[in-house]
Design a protein around this ligand. Structure first.
Ligand code: HEM
Length: 246
């Protein structure tokens, strides 16, 4: 009969401690990480960018389209960024919270982000249908559709990470969480690239200074948000692979 160890991943034996939820967390529960102001900085950039987008979208009156960039900015840059920050080591706003609360905060804010992005997606689809325009023709549209599909898949993967202990006979919790984190970071980057492409589309008529300010803000948000989680994933993987090689 297969031993519980061998039935886990078909890889190397797993240290018994990694089967428990506490040790398989990507963010350590001992709150040792140095507090980082990077997340706060990325939140400030996101607020500035969203403010600019609201100004651009409603400056000449309101149309159905006005709600596409605004909802997407709120969903992707305000809510999704905060959801990622909630599980980033050393996040100034949440580091005092127990890991379970941070994890709950992550998925609740992520659900809000999904709601905003879903409505933003329906808005642009309806806008194009009403105006009899072709779908997914521009680079922004293609990246947008890909980001949306990635977001749905990553969210389903998030359910796997949430119930990783229940799935431990198929994949060790640490790998379920590493997979979710890696896909999550790719998804986040895809969405921010989509936003950049949106600002460089024919719709933009608000001048070059504002356009390049937006470019800088979005790049800062992307780098500041993914930097620490990417390092976290890298070091956890290195740690696991190092263990495997021993
Ligand atoms: C500030 C942010 C954004 C701006 C300014 C913006 C702007 C635009 C514009 C002008 C269009 C119509 C022209 C075209 O098809 O390219 C469009 C369409 C589209 N956008 Fe965005 N967008 C933003 C964010 C996003 C995000 C984050 C997503 C990803 C989920 C997204 C997904 C799409 C899709 C899929 C379409 C094409 C819909 C279709 O062809 O039926 N957009 N956007």
């Amino acid at each position: 009969m297969e031993s519980p160890e061998s039935g886990t991943t078909n890889m190397t034996p797993m240290p018994p401690a990694e089967r428990t939820s506490e040790t398989s967390n990507l963010v350590s529960s001992n709150n040792n990480a140095k507090p980082s102001y990077l997340n706060i900085l990325s939140n400030i950039c996101a607020l500035l960018f969203t403010g600019i987008i609201f100004y651009c979208c409603f400056k000449n009156g309101t149309s159905l389209f006005s709600f596409h960039p605004t909802l997407m900015s709120l969903g992707w840059l305000i809510f999704m960024t905060s959801a990622v920050n909630a599980v980033t080591p050393g996040d100034l706003a949440t580091e005092w919270m127990p890991i379970r609360l941070r994890s709950a905060r992550h998925w609740v804010i992520q659900l809000i982000a999904i709601l905003f992005i879903f409505i933003g997606f329906l808005v642009i689809l309806s806008h194009k249908i009403i105006n009899n325009k072709e779908h997914f023709t521009s680079l922004h549209g293609k990246f947008g559709l890909t980001s949306f599909i990635f977001m749905v898949s990553t969210s389903l993967g998030g359910l796997g990470a949430l119930y990783s202990l229940k799935l431990k006979n198929y994949l060790a919790p640490i790998y379920t969480k590493l997979l979710h984190a890696s896909f999550g970071l790719i998804t986040f980057c895809l969405g921010t690239i989509t936003i950049l492409l949106g600002n460089f589309s024919v719709w933009w008529s608000f001048g070059e200074i504002l356009r390049y300010t937006c470019l800088l803000l979005v790049l800062l948000i992307m780098i500041l948000t993914v930097l620490r989680p990417s390092l976290k994933v890298y070091f956890r993987l290195k740690e696991r692979l190092g263990y495997s090689n021993n």
